[in-house]
Write a protein that binds this ligand. Structure first.
Ligand code: IPE
Ligand code: IPE
Ligand code: MG
Length: 256
């Protein structure tokens, strides 16, 4: 997690994370029940996954269900769990064709067992995918992940960023190499993080799209990527244009 490794990661394929928000408001604006918004949102995932590799994305992490989303009405939560189950079952053939490797990150032990089975099958069957690593965050909380990882720190050895990152990956069932996020997008007008990837976004570029997630298009994604490339990521350093020559080559200050 030092600036050099961040720079190295950002010069290869990028890690984009998306908070897919606005399904409920999209549905309301069409006079539809909230679940219809979640169905429409699932279709957007396919279009965005299809577009991602050509936009330079190697890892795409999508926020599908937060820990706090359990607080929603039972009907919506139950509908979402069934939707996820169908989604994994129906998408995986296409993921295999597209070279997509799926991982689900977050807490597992509260998910219904038919959903868990679909997750395990999809992860196993897509394990050879090399074009895109698709990570779906389900029952995810960034704060809980940090707490759980902190509890696993071994007090006998120094707590380094690398060690902590790998513990953080372990507690959410993720791979350690995919931790640092290069850019984070949130759709649906809100401008907050809602407990997503708090450690991993330390140097991510942030983008907020006014579109509701079901209306978010590959063209919107491309526009954000163009803006990403226009930004200068400094990681705390100076812009190369402002960098001074080494001290030995500098003219001595004129004494008064
Ligand atoms: C995001 O859309 C999807 C989930 C949280 C599961 P919302 O359901 O939060 O949609 P809005 O924010 O109510 O419009
Ligand atoms: C964040 O959206 C979670 C997901 C997109 C899965 P929420 O709609 O739950 O977030 P808040 O309540 O607006 O912060
Ligand atoms: Mg929302």
């Amino acid at each position: 997690m030092n600036p050099d490794s961040q720079l190295k990661q950002s010069s290869s394929r990028l890690h984009a994370a998306i908070i897919m928000d606005g399904n409920g408001r999209w549905a309301a604006s069409h006079g539809l029940p909230r679940l219809a918004g979640h169905f429409a949102g699932a279709k957007t995932i396919r279009r965005i996954v299809a577009a991602a590799p050509a936009l330079g994305i190697g890892t795409l992490t999508l926020y599908a269900f937060s820990k706090n989303n359990w607080e929603r009405p039972a009907e919506e939560v139950g509908g979402l769990m069934r939707l996820f189950e169908d989604f994994f079952r129906t998408e995986r053939e296409w993921w295999i064709e597209q070279g997509v490797r799926l991982s689900v990150i977050g807490r597992r032990n509260r998910l219904p067992s038919p959903l868990l089975m679909e997750i395990e099958n999809s992860q196993y069957l897509t394990r050879g995918g090399e074009r895109l690593h698709l990570r779906l965050a389900v029952d995810y909380s960034g704060q809980d992940a940090i707490l759980d990882a902190a509890q696993r720190l071994d007090s006998g050895s120094p707590a380094t960023r690398e060690r902590f990152s790998s513990l953080l990956a372990q507690v959410v069932h993720a791979a350690a190499e995919d931790q640092n996020v290069d850019l984070l997008i949130r759709t649906g007008r809100e401008q907050r993080l809602s407990d997503f990837l708090l450690w991993e976004i330390a140097y991510a570029e942030l983008f907020f799209s006014p579109r509701y997630w079901p209306d978010f298009t590959p063209e919107d994604f491309k526009g954000i990527m163009e803006e990403f490339w226009r930004r200068e990521r400094r990681f705390g350093r100076l812009s190369p244009a402002l960098e001074q020559p080494p001290l030995a080559e500098m003219p001595l200050p004129v004494s008064v």
